[in-house]
Design a protein around this ligand. Structure first.
Ligand code: NZQ
Ligand code: ZN
Length: 382
């Protein structure tokens, strides 16, 4: 175990917290409020922001789409530069926050912002960001990650940079009241897979990371099992906090990480607009079955400590079945049906994309090469 860990985002959690941005953002700052397709106007979040910023100097940029594109966010970059914006307030989910992170970094770069995603430019400076979270799922509100799509080439790539870590994140569970069912379920599944990506690796004996990961997985399992109680303040608060803790850097400190499910899933989203969380539920069970010998000990541990399964020689196999069962219980499919070409053409397309992005040795063991990725997709694509 050897690591450096810092999470500097101030969390402002609880009902009524949106008003605290009045103090959290200095009135000397010129603020750009960034939001998505308009849900914030229908559920009153925008109106709360307007009120909280009544004595601030601010302008707005809207229309960030789910799976934010470089093309859209470059328009925000132009505003930040032209208007000398010195603070960004992202009001939305992972897409708005990730888009804001890209814009915050690209605004301090003279070249094409896509260089950040290809790794040709590594941002070290960015416009400061604050967040009002409207959907618990990605953890983007208090991490250094962002995932951006280039519509022109149907590429979806991630970047990570400390300079885009939000300064604060307002997490008021009341904002979840207007979430469509589909998005609520997506949040549970995305957070679940985030923990899995950092936990189902080699058995390392890291007691804190393992124990906390298991607590988060049990919390998400409980929220899924009590889904009927979702119109409840405590249920909402628990999901919002769990999803945040699932990807804020803590459980990854000092342990190996996988992320192959995410990298393959991103290709499904880029090609066929599959919701992010749903792309993960499609890939992960097939990937775990393919990689079971590398992950057997950890799957057995998860079977015991998360699903309370009895010992048996096929405990790892039964744990994967239980994971798949959890998705199905939530009404989430584990096979890709959205592809508009034949199964073989779909698999070829994904493999071609993965190779083009250099994703040719995935997982903590680098054992998912295009050969294994093809085997996984044979089982994941309908
Ligand atoms: O655009 P609006 O009108 O706001 O509608 C949004 C959007 O259509 C709607 N919504 C959000 N809050 C709402 C609401 N509707 C009603 N009431 C509310 N309170 O929900 C839809 C989905 O929003 P989105 O932001 O796309 O969802 P999510 O938070 O799941 O973000 C997904 C994006 O995050 C990336 C994904 O790849 C995807 O692009 N990820 C980012 C990560 C990170 N930065 O760490 C990690 C993740 O693994 C993930 O890859
Ligand atoms: Zn995710």
């Amino acid at each position: 175990m050897k690591f450096s860990y810092q999470n500097s985002t101030q969390i402002l959690f609880g009902q009524g917290q949106i008003s605290s941005i009045t103090q959290a953002i200095d009135t000397s700052k010129k603020v750009l409020v960034i939001y998505g397709g308009g849900s914030v106007k229908k559920n009153g979040v925008y109106q709360q922001v307007e009120k909280a910023l009544e004595n601030h100097n601010w302008l707005e940029f809207s229309g960030v789409e789910a799976n934010p594109t470089k093309e859209t966010m470059d328009k925000a970059v132009a505003i930040i530069k032209q208007q000398s914006v010195d603070f960004i307030l992202a009001v939305g989910g992972g897409s708005v926050i990730d888009g804001a992170k890209y814009a915050a970094a690209a605004a301090h770069y003279d070249g094409d912002g896509w260089d950040i995603l290809t790794g040709n430019y590594k941002p070290e400076v960015a416009t400061p960001i604050g967040v009002i979270l409207t959907i618990p799922a990605t953890g983007s509100e208090s991490n250094i990650n962002s995932v951006i799509t280039k519509a022109e080439t149907q590429q979806k790539l991630p970047f990570a940079a400390a300079c885009v870590q939000p300064l604060f994140a307002v997490m008021d569970p009341d904002v979840m009241k207007t979430l469509p069912e589909k998005q609520l379920v997506n949040g549970i599944v995305d957070a679940w897979v985030h923990v899995c990506e950092q936990y189902i690796t080699k058995a390392s004996g890291a007691l804190v990371q393992d124990g906390y990961s298991e607590a988060l997985l049990r919390a998400l399992k409980t929220l899924g099992d009590t889904y009927a109680q979702r119109d409840n303040d405590l249920w909402r608060a628990n999901l919002m906090w769990t999803a945040n803790q699932a990807l804020n850097g803590l459980i990854a400190a000092g342990v190996e990480q996988d992320w192959a499910t995410h990298m393959i899933g991103h290709e499904l989203t880029a090609l066929w607009h599959v919701d992010h969380a749903r792309s993960l539920a499609i890939v992960q069970p097939a990937l775990l079955r393919n990689q079971i010998e590398h992950k057997r000990a950890k799957l057995e541990q998860m079977g015991r400590n998360v699903f309370a399964l009895q010992e048996s020689s096929d405990l790892a196999e039964r744990t994967i079945d239980a994971i798949e069962g959890f998705y199905n219980q939530l009404g989430v499919a584990t096979k890709l049906t959205e592809h508009n070409v034949s199964k073989q053409q779909a698999i070829d397309l994904v493999i071609e994309r993965l190779e083009g992005h250099g994703m040719i040795a995935l997982t903590e063991n680098q054992t998912v090469t295009p050969v294994e990725a093809r085997q996984i997709l044979e089982n994941a694509v309908a």
